[in-house]
Design a protein around this ligand. Structure first.
Ligand SMILES: *[C@@H]1O[C@H](CO)[C@@H](O)[C@H](O)[C@H]1NC(C)=O
Ligand SMILES: *[C@@H]1O[C@H](CO)[C@@H](O)[C@H](O)[C@H]1NC(C)=O
Ligand SMILES: *[C@@H]1O[C@H](CO)[C@@H](O)[C@H](O)[C@H]1NC(C)=O
Ligand SMILES: *[C@@H]1O[C@H](CO)[C@@H](O)[C@H](O)[C@H]1NC(C)=O
Ligand SMILES: *[C@@H]1O[C@H](CO)[C@@H](O)[C@H](O)[C@H]1NC(C)=O
Ligand SMILES: *[C@@H]1O[C@H](CO)[C@@H](O)[C@H](O)[C@H]1NC(C)=O
Length: 937
């Protein structure tokens, strides 16, 4: 069933247990979390009095236990039968407030069931003690009308729930947007509410053959979504009541499996634990720590169903929210504003889900080629000469480097759009020198604008004030907090006039320091004070009836007041969008200033960010576990449509070791965005400072990266064109192989290059999963046949394991020390034959930096194909940029027997053939603008 009145059925309120497959490898260890009170377990470090609470709860639980032993039964009145009917895994939390230990009285005042459960393990959350009974009042679907494109329903609540300002009548809009995309929106039927100002495409016609079917439960209201082909129930929202109060919106669903990914930004394994795990989404400046809400907010999940199908759910909502996961398996969205605006993507495979998600939020920008080179940065070079010295040392050792960066120490008093005229006097000359060497310059910028300069001495503030471009307090004055320069006002990027002022500031600075890209930091926005210099005013924005489980327990913790006024709305609604809006302003300014593709790396992100910027995973530490966490981190951002992502290579804070840094450079050479970055007052960690052996290992792996630039660039083209991922989890390519579902210590580039880094000290081998099939060693072409198993691979310190999947063709290039140098060198195509001796690959080529080359047709696109011992290169689209670049070498892996001859376009050609079945034909000298064929007999 798909649409029309045939799909409307009435379901019962009665509870039914769902089958719960419990695959291995679903558990997440939360390291370093402190003991918590039960049922709301979360981080405690910032939680005043948590120790006391834990003690109190422990005491009461022990008492309960003793009494139980004595009486042999339940303490106090037996809970009503309807409560006892609800098994633990299906208890949906009716009292998520963490500041209170819920008592029976508090719980029952909400009309909920109270049953104490055993205390969870330290640092974990447990079964909620207060949960909804099956008959807790919810909304009723009163009417449902068909329109040409959609269905419109009316939901009515007859009994109030327990938060203030319940909205009694809701409007339900259902749009069957495409055969694989469903849009369900629930909002106030009478009054408009805040909605995320994101341009999303609207469907022009109703899907004709949707691969899903939708049913409704009328009383209580619920959505039941099935995948038609398998009958799998993807959503069933009748598992708990719908609550829609002005500042508390909650909807729960059952899940068809425990294989759930996404929901960022968080640190942890790629696969989320559903073992009572609450994830909070509220942009926050904090060193990445397990279970904390971090810099960005991505209310999107991907779920793998049994049999390899996948679907995704996006809640288009920018308010503070939490997502509670439980073992039913079930999920609860809990947000404190906006509307419930859901998009469901039906895949059916994980790649397609992510593409469909990006059809809604927008495809990522095509980065300039140099963005894919190696970037070097640290806080505390101390001077432009010191920075320059590092650049020279890198050149001296001929270690590839495309971009040199500076952190905040380049600024004069940490003020944006200034540079220290003493220590960084030679900055303009440094930038000029970088440009002469085909290299680029990137510096940091913060959104906090210094507010305590003598009037007339700092244009950015004076002018921002004059034009009214800062966040205001409720009193209508600029809100003043504190960031690096001291007291600051915060630019209001929701105001289009701010974009113009931002551009003018950047133009002024660029006239002195012709930077090439920008690093926008501190844009949660971060504030060293809570709220402002005067705190925050009382009221329901800064002290809402319910505060999600944010770090610091307050919305204003280390940021500005939620009540702050912005042009588009209150900060309460816009907070999670701050980094997105700044990135948008910055991208537009860069385009106007440079006329080329912008390069921006942002710390705070929101869905659709990929259209404007990449992301780095924030202020990590120089520790092995941080190195591991970077993999699930970057793979999650692949799911979020932000493919240009990486972590600080060798770690930001703390001090790295030569071994850690060598291994990390090897992994980091395969981050889509590869930057080594260090904090101040730590020993230098750029490749030049290590022993010759380590330095050489680092140089070699960077040369390997540079050799793969044509392949990586082509992957970014596909990301830009249709939302393919670049760094890719293994399960995307092998969705039916359940062994891949939890893998996050390895990843793929595209569909065909497997990266297996060493993530621990003191080893000379690494064990990695090799999916079924033939894989070729990237360096030698020797093959490995796997039945889909864990294989031990040799991994001495100078070696990173890279394997090419059978059936693929990778375009590579002789590496230079910059991408500019590399792009003039001859290409080498690596062909990895499948067991049936076929292979396929492609290449996107353009000038590497002009705007919209694909859209304007200024690019070349080549397809490579092997069947029956014939390699063909077909130019599907040509442009002049490709004419002077040649294909020099063809290496064919997996040629079973020594060929008698090789013919290039019918002419005999010398070749070499090695015992490991590698056929190499060199000196081809064929222009990229020409197709050709090569046959071996
Ligand atoms: C559905 O149509 C009926 C009859 O026209 C109308 O009374 C009702 O308000 C409509 N319901 C919605 C949700 O639009
Ligand atoms: C949906 O959930 C309700 C409440 O738990 C349950 O009674 C019903 O059987 C479920 N429906 C399906 C199709 O799973
Ligand atoms: C930087 O180097 C230049 C050229 O060697 C020199 O003239 C200048 O004094 C140096 N600046 C500082 C601040 O050391
Ligand atoms: C903030 O206040 C200034 C005056 O101080 C005013 O010009 C501006 O419009 C205000 N902005 C907002 C978003 O309220
Ligand atoms: C490769 O070329 C063969 C022969 O021209 C063709 O039949 C096949 O479809 C091509 N495969 C791909 C993947 O393009
Ligand atoms: C290719 O090389 C020729 C000869 O060196 C030169 O004249 C021409 O401008 C080059 N074309 C491009 C697109 O770089």
């Amino acid at each position: 069933m798909s649409r029309g009145d045939t799909c409307i059925t009435r379901t019962m309120k009665s509870y039914q247990k769902l089958t719960t497959p419990q695959p291995a490898g679903c558990q997440v260890e939360e390291e370093g979390a402190a003991p918590m009170p039960p049922a709301r377990g979360r981080m405690a470090p910032c939680w005043v009095g948590s120790g006391l609470l834990v003690a109190a709860v422990l005491l009461s639980t022990i008492t309960v236990w003793v009494l139980r032993q004595v009486s042999g039964g339940w303490l106090g009145p037996t809970p009503p039968p309807k409560c006892l009917l609800v098994p633990e895994s299906h208890r949906f939390d009716c009292y998520p407030e963490r500041q209170v230990v819920v008592t029976q009285e508090l719980c029952e005042s909400r009309g909920c069931c109270f049953i104490q459960s055993p205390l969870p393990a330290e640092g974990k959350q447990g079964v909620p003690w207060c949960f909804y009974p099956p008959d807790f009042p919810s909304y009723t679907l009163e009417s449902l009308n068909q329109t040409a494109l959609s269905m419109v329903g009316l939901l009515v609540r007859r009994e109030k729930a327990y938060y203030p300002r319940d909205i009694e009548m809701l409007r339900l809009d259902v749009e069957f947007e495409t055969d694989t995309r469903l849009h369900i929106k629930i909002t106030d039927a009478a009054n408009p509410r805040y909605e995320v100002p994101l341009d999303v495409p609207r469907a022009m016609k109703r899907a004709e053959n949707p691969i899903y079917s939708l049913n409704f439960s009328w009383d209580p209201f619920g959505v039941l979504l099935r995948r038609t082909a398998t009958g799998t129930v993807l959503l069933n929202t009748t598992v708990a009541p719908l609550i829609f109060a002005d500042q508390f919106l909650q909807i729960s669903t059952s899940l068809p499996s425990r294989f759930l990914y996404g929901l960022g930004e968080h640190r942890g394994s790629l696969l989320h634990s559903l073992d009572w795990n609450t994830l909070t989404l509220w942009a926050r400046d904090v060193a990445p720590t397990e279970s904390f809400n971090l810099y960005g907010a991505h209310p999107f999940y991907l779920l793998m169903e049994e049999g390899g199908d996948a679907h995704g759910v996006f809640l288009l909502n920018s308010n503070a929210m939490e997502v509670a996961l439980q073992p039913a398996p079930g999920l609860t969205w809990r947000t404190i504003g906006g509307v419930l605006d859901f998009y469901v993507f039906l895949g059916p495979d994980p790649n397609m889900v992510i593409q469909q998600y990006q059809q809604v939020i927008g495809f990522p920008a095509m980065p300039p080629l140099w963005a894919l080179g190696f970037h070097l940065c640290r806080w505390g070079y101390g001077s432009s000469n010191g920075t320059w010295q590092t650049v020279r040392a890198m050149r001296n050792y001929q270690i590839p480097q495309d971009a040199q960066w500076n952190d905040i120490d380049y600024m004069d008093g940490y003020r944006d759009f200034t540079f220290d005229s003493q220590k960084f006097a030679s900055l303009p000359s440094l930038v000029e020198d970088l440009h002469k060497h085909g290299q680029r310059y990137v510096m940091i910028l913060d959104p906090g604008i210094s507010s305590t300069n003598p009037h007339g001495s700092y244009w950015p503030f004076d002018e921002g004030l004059r034009r009214g471009l800062f966040l205001n307090t409720t009193q209508g004055q600029p809100l003043i907090g504190k960031v690096w320069p001291g007291y600051t006002a915060f630019a209001d990027f929701s105001n289009p006039d701010t974009h113009q002022w931002w551009l003018e500031n950047l133009q002024h600075f660029h006239a002195h320091v012709p930077f090439d890209g920008l690093w926008i930091d501190m844009n949660e926005p971060s504030n060293f004070m809570d709220g402002s210099e005067d705190g925050c005013p009382p009221g329901e924005l800064d002290s809402p009836p319910y505060t999600p489980a944010v770090l610091g327990d307050s919305l204003s913790s280390k940021t500005v007041c939620a009540s702050a006024k912005q042009k588009a709305s209150v900060h309460y609604n816009l907070h999670n969008l701050y980094g997105l809006m700044e990135a948008k302003a910055t991208a537009s300014a860069l385009i106007q200033i440079r006329g080329k593709r912008p390069f921006i790396i942002s710390r705070s992100t929101f869905p659709s960010q990929g259209r404007y910027s990449g992301h780095w995973l924030g202020d990590n530490r120089s520790q092995w576990k941080d190195m591991y966490y970077s993999i699930p981190g970057l793979l999650s951002f692949s799911l979020f449509g932000i493919p240009l992502v990486g972590a600080d290579i060798c770690g930001f804070s703390g001090s790295t070791s030569e071994e850690l840094c060598t291994r990390w450079m090897q992994l980091g050479a395969f981050y889509p965005f590869a930057r080594n970055h260090n904090t101040q007052n730590e020993k230098a960690q750029d490749p030049t400072v290590f022993s010759p052996a380590a330095r050489t290992a680092m140089k070699d792996v960077l040369l390997t990266r540079y050799s793969l630039l044509p392949f990586l660039y082509t992957l970014f083209h596909h990301a830009h064109l249709q939302g393919d991922t670049v760094a890719r989890p293994l399960f995307f390519e092998f969705p039916q192989d359940v062994a891949t579902l939890g893998l996050d210590r390895q990843f793929l580039w595209g569909r065909s290059l497997l990266v297996t880094p060493v993530l621990e000290p003191g080893v000379d081998s690494v064990t990695g999963y090799v999916p079924q099939g033939t894989w070729y060693d990237f360096y030698t072409g020797s093959s490995v046949n796997s039945s889909g198993e864990m294989l031990k691979m040799s991994a001495p310190l100078e070696h990173l394991n890279l394997h090419i999947r059978e059936g693929s063709i990778l375009p590579t290039q002789k590496p230079g020390t910059t991408s500019e140098e590399t792009r003039g060198n001859p290409l080498r195509l690596i062909v990895a034959l499948s067991s049936s001796a076929t292979a396929w690959g492609d290449l996107f080529w353009d000038d590497g930096e002009s705007l919209d080359t694909f859209e304007r047709g200024s690019y070349s696109y080549l397809v490579f194909n092997v069947t029956q011992n014939i390699f063909t290169s077909t130019v599907l689209h040509g442009s002049t940029e490709a004419t002077n670049v040649t294909i020099g070498t063809l290496s064919i892996f997996g040629v079973q027997k020594l060929p008698s001859k090789v013919l290039l376009n019918g002419q005999e050609k010398p070749f070499s053939y090695l015992d490991n079945q590698v056929l190499t034909v060199s000196d081809l000298g064929i222009s990229l603008s020409q197709g050709f064929s090569l046959q071996w007999l």
